[in-house]
Design a protein around this ligand. Sequence first.
Ligand code: CMC
Length: 376
Amino acid sequence: VATQGVHKGLVGVVADVTAVSKVMPETNSLTYRGYPVQDLADQCRFEEVAYLLLEGELPTRRQLNAFRKAEAAERGISRALIRVLEEFPRKAHPMDAIRTAVSFMGMEDPEGRDTSVEATRRKALRLYAKIPTAIAAIARLRKGLRPIRPKPELGFAENIFHMFFGKVPEPAIVKAFDASMTLYAEHSFNASTFTARTVTSTQADIHAAVTAAIAALKGPLHGGANEAVMHMLKQVGTPARARGWIDDKLEHRALVMGFGHRVYRSGDSRVPTMAKYRDEVARLRGGEKWLEISRILAEEMLARKGIHPNLDFPAGPTYYMMGFEIDFFTPLFVASRITGWSAHVLEQMQDNRLIRPLSHYVGAAERKVVPLRARG
Ligand code: CMC
């Protein structure tokens, strides 16, 4: 029921100002602190982008070296956390596992109760460094394998492959993964970022905000879509079945995962760049079948519904072809988005006002309490 003055889903509501990123649906473009995201993905390493989001400027070589060194030094996770991870049920979704791991890291953090901007900046670096280690440990432990220690001499992307698989693939695969990290890093007031800002607005700490943000990211309408896309492509199975499959979905008015966006109406700015890297990974890993199914689904969705794919559509099969298990796709999104969330947490802290909207009541009219004994 539409009620006047109510903005269901906060559609079209501008909730605050931000200097972190700008989404421009009219031109299908997105900038991080003024730089087009596709240029960052092609020309920079994810570490540079992380620095840009956290510090506001692209680093000089000297600044980047110091940042990388600081991150590499913080990659280790505690024995206590590993013991906690070992106790998680094997069937647990990795998003639930990383959410709980981040919550635990908050209790262990050496500056746990310090919510100053300076301490929060240091905590953000620790989260950025430790989250991939925890995710890879979760992946190994649930298979009964020992976690692989991070290697400080490896770059951010290389180290993730090392911790998941014990080896680093060829540079083109690493570049595709690194670019996906950049494309996933930040996207203004999406649901998880707004959640992180809402928690921060109560003066709670960054681990609390990030734990809540991970919870918000899990849902299939948000970050969980990259996993849902791969399940969908596998369900379709072969290019020959793609048209019939989509006919059936649209007939039943079902959602087709990886399509549509609240802000972009004529295409997600990140898709062409991610699709370029996906295609390269498919060439190297022999995944042309997924490209062909994707091409048919995108063509049909556009022709019949006028709906374009979003970033999760090319990202899902890219991670699959790289060898990641499907339920780790959204945790990989976390490893990237921690940078955007942290930038927003810091921004919210520095110009805070409690986020507390109103609601329009439509429940029962005021009535008298009948005592329990008289209620029958
Ligand atoms: N498949 C089929 N129909 C769709 C889809 C879709 N993926 N997306 C939108 N529609 C339909 C929708 O049902 C509605 O139809 P009707 O007017 O007949 O009720 C119409 O298009 C307009 O929907 P909308 O107002 O654009 O939807 P919204 O802004 O409330 O929701 C969305 C945006 C992303 C939640 C939605 O497009 C969706 O559920 N997509 C699938 C999930 C997905 O891929 N999510 C990832 C989002 S982007 C990256 C990220 O955050 O991770």
